[in-house]
Write a protein that binds this ligand. Structure first.
Ligand SMILES: C[S@@+](CC[C@H](N)C(=O)[O-])C[C@H]1O[C@@H](n2cnc3c(N)ncnc32)[C@H](O)[C@@H]1O
Length: 184
């Protein structure tokens, strides 16, 4: 698929259904607990790529604090609306929700300390465009935290390796921490 073609979001009804499923699963497996695996520090700039209803965006914004910033990126307008509403309810002013229709987020290059891509890889149509954007967003020394979504970890690793843009720093169960290779 050409990365110039506008990306199509999932239907609103599917997104709402997904939110309910997350509400139930989060009672057992909290995103906050998972975030303990990620090296998030006060003042960091984080990009939550495929943020959905903001299950990670909100706790990340609390962890980076007012000196930091979290960009919440999604192609589904309901995701952006939900994140904005949750941020307002919690008076979190360090979240910028960005609705995209391509792999270009518009976020300044080499500005992110951390990008997270959770439960999203299976929904991606153009892996090269996605990982090129994530690679250009990351600062030198930045990290990508991701999981394979609904695909096998081995398949996800194959995809990442085929881009030639990242080196595996850690892989624990399905969670991967990757370092960007030096930019040319
Ligand atoms: C299964 S949800 C995961 C949401 C969130 N990361 C979480 O774990 O709670 C996948 C999300 O990725 C979004 N998405 C799919 N393709 C995308 C793309 N190319 N760019 C940005 N977001 C995308 C979907 O709209 C959806 O909100």
């Amino acid at each position: 698929m050409s990365s110039k073609k506008k990306l199509k979001p999932m239907p609103n009804a599917s997104f709402k259904c997904m939110m309910w499923i997350y509400k139930l699963t989060d009672l057992i497996w909290s995103p906050r607990r998972r975030l303990k695996k990620i090296p998030v520090k006060v003042g960091m700039v984080v990009v939550d790529y495929g943020c959905g209803p903001g299950r990670y965006t909100l706790p990340l914004a609390e962890l980076v604090g007012p000196e930091g910033k979290v960009f919440a990126v999604d192609i589904q307008p309901l995701a952006i609306k939900t994140v904005k509403e949750k941020a307002a309810r919690k008076s979190l002013t360090n979240i910028e929700a960005i609705l995209v229709d391509s792999y270009n987020t518009g976020i300044q290059g080499s500005s992110a300390d951390l990008v997270i891509l959770v439960d999203t890889l299976h929904a991606i149509k153009d892996y090269d465009a996605l990982f090129a954007e994530i690679h250009q967003l990351l600062k030198r020394g930045g990290l990508l935290f991701m999981d394979p979504g609904h695909m096998k970890t081995s398949k996800a690793i194959e995809i990442i390796e085929s881009t030639g843009l990242f080196t595996m720093a850690e892989c624990q169960d399905k969670d991967m921490l990757l370092a960007p290779k030096a930019k040319r």
